[in-house]
Design a protein around this ligand. Structure first.
Ligand code: NOJ
Length: 543
């Protein structure tokens, strides 16, 4: 069935690094409002705003202490309401981050729960007795060596899948679930257009909390029995009453399980982020990537909708990780964009990606802020490892690679702030910035604009069947998208050298029409039987 959210292009705003209007060094909601015309020009339909609720901010807003108010750094409720209005005035939509696997340890619910064993809210979180005087089991958490933290006052441990400061809510408790549903209605009634749901498949925990065979792999934290009942209840109670979009962040999921979360007959979520690329493919691997695309396409075909992304605020910038951020930065940024926007699924753009922003290499651990990186650094150094080596090992994938401020122009701090930025700006802002991109007709930014426009004009890009031509070449990726009256051929040379592409005979047509290419001098007359593709060349043909 055709729906608006399947056709949407989503742009992710990590507001603290987006644009600062009051000079405190943090981006803010006023800054998002200031740049809405820019986003509209780019062509995006939906803005996903990272958490801006009140929070002690140990995990950049993913530790919420009040679901009903706005963090001071971001602004206030009046500004947020104006943001929503201004987004809607421009015909765009706004989805908010929903973080309900855990709260902050400063949330009044947790403070009450912690206060005594027989407090009525004790059961709102997950408390367990010590086992032989130690942690209740051997589970790790994402950001700490153990998923358990001891509370001396009540002699019990509480569970945290992330940092010690992010205790997990107990979803088995009906009052918890209904408190969350009330909160969701509060935001939906204000008029938001949906939610991006943080680690939503972690809500249900393994029955009995048994030891894990492989504590390091963390898979036991997700996809446990009960999760689909929770999501169906959430849908019944809240979501089905609104015309909104929901995208679940769902690690450790196979396409078969993915269909259970987003199958249209299941009434849970609309679409999901799986992490077979961002988590499981540290650097570009053509074979692996093609395999992932085929399996997910087959797995969700006729059932539900996938999402396409290569980076976000948790993952190193795509041009650095999966492209070439040196000689072929612009070409490879455009190639990756071509791929994401023409593969089946909803495309997401992470702020700054549209100008080909790159990852960073700062000199010292003190230049970094990411709690995942900081805690891991501490953990490894405490084990006796050489700090310099640990630091070096953490650099390629630290989340801060994508969290440096957006580079708006070539003035100090990339025009992000007039104050001292909360996080250093990537020094390449003097050459890579929005202003330059706007001036240059063949910039990465203008290429994104063209790609997005194509999506609006050609339903085949959204609804067309996908067919991988299975070219046996580590560099060339070629596939078609097809509906009743249109067939597109997408050809990508994912390498810093030339490659040849021989178009299969059945696809050869008299006049293939070139719709878009990332090199300017491509002629329509080229012989499709034997194309010579330049480094990171990308082309979209209508056959
Ligand atoms: C996933 C979010 O994207 C990440 O930034 C956060 O640290 C964890 N969930 C915990 O909320």
């Amino acid at each position: 069935m055709k729906t608006w959210w399947k056709e949407a292009v989503v742009y992710q705003v990590y507001w603290r690094s987006f644009y600062d209007t009051d000079g405190d060094g943090f981006g803010d909601l006023e800054g998002v409002i200031a740049k809405l015309d820019y986003l509209k020009e780019l062509g995006v339909d939906v803005i996903w705003l990272n958490p801006c609720y009140e929070s002690p901010d140990v995990d950049n807003g993913y530790d919420i202490s009040d679901y009903y108010s706005i963090m001071e750094k971001a602004g206030d409720m009046e500004t947020w309401e104006r943001l929503l209005e201004e987004v809607h005035n421009r015909g765009m939509k706004l989805i908010m981050d929903l973080v309900v696997n855990h709260t902050s340890d400063q949330h009044p619910w947790f403070l009450e729960s912690k206060s005594s064993k027989d407090h009525p809210k004790r059961d709102w979180y997950i408390w367990k007795d010590p086992r032989d005087g130690k942690e209740p089991n051997n589970w790790r958490s994402y950001f700490a060596p153990s998923a358990w933290e001891y509370d001396e006052q009540t002699n019990q441990y509480y569970m945290h899948s992330f940092a010690v400061e992010q205790p997990d809510l107990n979803w088995e408790n009906k009052e918890v679930r209904h408190a969350i549903y009330d909160m969701m209605r509060y935001w939906l009634d204000k008029g938001i257009d949906g939610f991006r749901m943080d680690v939503i498949n972690l809500l249900a925990k393994v029955d009995g909390f048994p030891d894990a065979k492989k504590p390091a792999d963390l898979q036991y934290l997700g996809n446990n029995p009960g999760i689909h009942e929770y999501l169906q209840e959430m849908n019944r109670e809240v979501l089905c009453h609104y015309d909104v979009m929901t995208v679940g962040e769902i690690p450790f999921v196979t396409p078969e399980d993915g269909a259970l979360y987003v199958g249209e007959d299941r009434h849970e979520l609309h679409t999901l982020f799986h992490f077979e690329v961002a988590d499981d493919m540290p650097s570009w691997n053509m074979k692996q990537f093609k395999d992932i695309q085929t399996r997910w396409y087959e797995g969700l075909k006729g059932k539900g909708t996938n999402s396409q992304f290569l980076n976000n605020h948790d993952h190193t910038r795509q041009v650095t990780r999966y492209g070439n951020d040196g000689t072929y930065r612009e070409e490879s940024a455009k190639l990756l964009a071509t791929m994401i926007h023409t593969l089946p699924g909803i495309p997401y753009i992470y702020q700054g990606e549209e100008i080909g922003m790159t990852g960073v290499r700062f000199d010292s651990i003190d230049d970094y802020h990411d709690i995942a990186m900081k805690n891991k650094y501490k953990e490894e150094v405490e084990k006796g490892r050489n700090p310099k080596e640990v630091f070096k090992d953490l650099l390629p994938l630290t989340r801060d690679n994508s969290r440096t401020p957006v580079q708006w122009n070539a003035t100090e701090h990339g025009g992000f702030t007039t104050g001292k930025p909360w996080m250093k700006v990537n020094p390449n802002y003097t050459t890579i910035n929005v202003e330059e991109n706007l001036k240059e007709p063949h910039s990465v930014l203008h290429y994104y604009q063209q790609l997005i426009r194509l999506r609006k004009e050609h339903p085949v890009m959204v609804y067309g069947e996908y067919n991988d031509l299975s070219i046996d070449d580590d560099a060339v990726y070629a596939y078609t998208r097809k509906n009743q009256d249109t067939c597109w051929l997408i050809v990508l040379n994912h390498a810093d050298h030339e490659s040849r592409f021989h178009c299969p005979e059945e696809l050869l047509t008299e006049e293939p029409h070139l719709l878009l290419a990332n090199y300017q001098d491509v002629t329509e007359k080229e012989r499709m039987e034997d194309l010579v593709l330049r480094p990171y060349e990308a082309r979209i043909y209508q056959l």
